[in-house]
Design a protein around this ligand. Structure first.
Ligand SMILES: *[C@@H]1O[C@H](CO)[C@@H](O)[C@H](O)[C@H]1NC(C)=O
Ligand SMILES: *[C@@H]1O[C@H](CO)[C@@H](O)[C@H](O)[C@H]1NC(C)=O
Ligand SMILES: *[C@@H]1O[C@H](CO)[C@@H](O)[C@H](O)[C@H]1NC(C)=O
Ligand SMILES: *[C@@H]1O[C@H](CO)[C@@H](O)[C@H](O)[C@H]1NC(C)=O
Ligand SMILES: *[C@@H]1O[C@H](CO)[C@@H](O)[C@H](O)[C@H]1NC(C)=O
Ligand SMILES: *[C@@H]1O[C@H](CO)[C@@H](O)[C@H](O)[C@H]1NC(C)=O
Length: 181
């Protein structure tokens, strides 16, 4: 008798922990997966300590969670060249918040355009000229995801080709962005 109740008790415990594990997998949030799927510059000129830029980006965000939803109120983009920020704007603002359900993805197209004073050193200017010859620039994007209850940040290290440079060697490569806490 004692042996059987022990077996029954332990099976119940195993069953309960299994249910808990599955529950956690199903309902726990997982970080959104953030990709820059395409990028190109129609302008990136540095004269008179001023950068004049026009950069188009396509972004895709996926919520890999099973049941957890993310409510986006805004996504802000910050663009950096050689560690200096040259552009900040909201890619999108949602009112009411955009509901990104588990397993679903959504895409956005945005253009960062304008001019900004940048103080590049001589070595940085020669790097700029090298990248100009190559036809693509190393640009870092930081996106701030304004979510219902918390904000998250992602960083993307991009090699953005000039649109005029249409050689296939400089095709933009789909880039996955990294989460920072
Ligand atoms: C982004 O997607 C649009 C179509 O949705 C496409 O026309 C465009 O070439 C893509 N790339 C960039 C950099 O905008
Ligand atoms: C460069 O900037 C200076 C001061 O900001 C201005 O006086 C000058 O006209 C500018 N030159 C050009 C070519 O834009
Ligand atoms: C983008 O939108 C958020 C939320 O509305 C706001 O806090 C933030 O200041 C905005 N950023 C810019 C650059 O306008
Ligand atoms: C630009 O950078 C140089 C050296 O890095 C510095 O001496 C100068 O003060 C800076 N100018 C501005 C306007 O920030
Ligand atoms: C690609 O580049 C070549 C040479 O720069 C140019 O002649 C051609 O028109 C370009 N094609 C497109 C589709 O932009
Ligand atoms: C030139 O551009 C290509 C494509 O973006 C990149 O893979 C390569 O590393 C670049 N070369 C240099 C010297 O920056």
């Amino acid at each position: 008798m004692a042996c059987c109740s022990l077996i029954i008790t332990s099976s119940i415990i195993v069953l309960l922990s299994l249910t808990l594990c599955i529950g956690l997998v199903v309902f726990l949030p997982q970080n959104p997966k953030f990709y820059v799927t395409d990028a190109s510059l129609s302008q990136f000129d540095y004269t008179n300590k001023t950068i004049q830029y026009s950069m188009a980006l396509n972004i895709t965000i996926r919520n890999p969670s099973m049941k957890f939803t993310y409510d986006y109120t805004a996504i802000e983009g910050n663009a950096f060249y050689l560690d200096q920020r040259f552009s900040t704007q909201n890619v999108s603002v949602w009112k009411p918040p955009y509901v990104n359900k588990g397993g679903k993805s959504f895409s956005m197209h945005t253009v960062f355009r304008g001019q900004q004073v940048l103080n590049l050193s001589d070595t940085q200017i020669s790097l700029f000229n090298k990248e100009k010859d190559n036809g693509s620039y190393a640009i870092v994007m930081r996106f701030i995801l304004f979510l219902d209850k918390l904000d998250a940040k992602v960083f993307c290290g991009l090699k953005v080709p000039l649109a005029a440079n249409n050689g296939s060697a400089n095709r933009f490569k789909n880039t996955k962005c990294k989460f920072v806490k």
